[in-house]
Design a protein. Structure first.
Length: 306
């Protein structure tokens, strides 16, 4: 049984198409990345998962439970860490977590609450009022709230946006542990290095459509390949020959007009590229072969679907 199954989901807000037939499956125990620029439809999709919004058509199931017809069961199997810092200013951290537990019918779970707080470095803030916490501490409480009922599926919507390095490290250590213990993690983030390091599989969205869905390593290898960065000597031709212009990485900006970045999908291309530069009168001053990363893939995908 899949942890999350999304089938042909459509959602419109007036004339705006937020989701245009999105379908994908997340298997149990996966660490899955959902990436896309602002306005891609990620938050709309998460709102539908959490029952905060309803799709116009299509189905969403969490652990086999339909989010509409079996809402209570579906919500009980899901924990969501939202982007926004939403909190009740009248309660302490511990009271907030106890109240969140009560929403799921859970009582006397202080041992688990203590464990969550310890893992998120919140123990010394347990009796502090929520309004007295810093933004980073409030973000930790949001994570703790999502975990109080031990959900098998955890959605993290930009969990490290605007937080310090210490919190990132603390959060990822704890979330990675939960993933190893069998929890399914679904992450949206603008920090692509985080997605590349953590996610075994990634979906990319733009304007409510799914552009790519694959293993992280396969995405990098299949879509982007590597990059050849060459700096041409000023004593020769400093422009690239026309035959190489289709290989130029257009999103790469360089201060030196003699420096060029070319996309390489096959290492055998390198010698052909160098020969073309020499034949055009160019002299190579410096050269680097760079391994592509997820940012290269992301930018290439977004540029290719304007």
């Amino acid at each position: 049984m899949a942890a999350l199954q999304i089938t042909d989901v459509h959602k419109r807000y007036g004339s705006l198409q937020a989701l245009g037939g999105v379908s994908f499956t997340v298997e149990e125990g996966e660490f899955f990345g959902l990436l896309g620029p602002n306005g891609a439809g990620k938050t709309t999709l998460i709102s539908i998962l959490a029952g905060l919004s309803r799709a116009d058509s299509g189905t969403v199931k969490i652990q086999g439970y339909d989010v509409v017809s079996q809402y209570r069961d579906a919500r009980g199997h899901l924990g969501v860490v939202p982007q926004e810092l939403v909190f009740d200013p009248f309660f302490t951290v511990r009271e907030t977590l106890r109240m969140q537990s009560g929403y799921f019918g859970i009582r006397r779970n202080d041992d688990w609450i203590d464990e969550i707080m310890a893992n998120l470095d919140l123990t010394n803030k347990a009796d502090t009022n929520m309004r007295a916490l810093s933004g980073g501490m409030k973000r930790r409480v949001l994570v703790a709230q999502a975990l109080v009922h031990k959900p098998p599926v955890i959605v993290l919507d930009e969990p490290t946006a605007g937080v310090d390095v210490e919190l990132r490290q603390t959060l990822w250590k704890f979330i990675s542990r939960l993933n190893r213990e069998g929890h399914t993690i679904i992450l949206t983030t603008h920090y692509l290095e985080e997605a590349q390091a953590l996610c075994s599989r990634i979906a990319m969205m733009k304007l409510g459509k799914l552009l790519a869905l694959d293993k992280t390593s396969d995405l990098i290898n299949r879509i982007s390949g590597s990059q050849l960065r060459v700096t041409l000597a000023a004593t020769g031709e400093t422009r690239l020959p026309a035959s190489l212009l289709p290989n130029v990485v257009s999103h790469e900006t360089v201060a030196d007009p003699r420096q060029h970045v070319l996309r390489v999908t096959d290492f055998n291309q390198v010698e052909t590229m160098l020969a073309a530069i020499r034949e055009a009168g160019g002299k190579i001053e410096d050269m680097q072969l760079l391994q592509a990363d997820l940012e290269d893939v992301f930018l290439q995908m977004m540029e290719g679907h304007k």
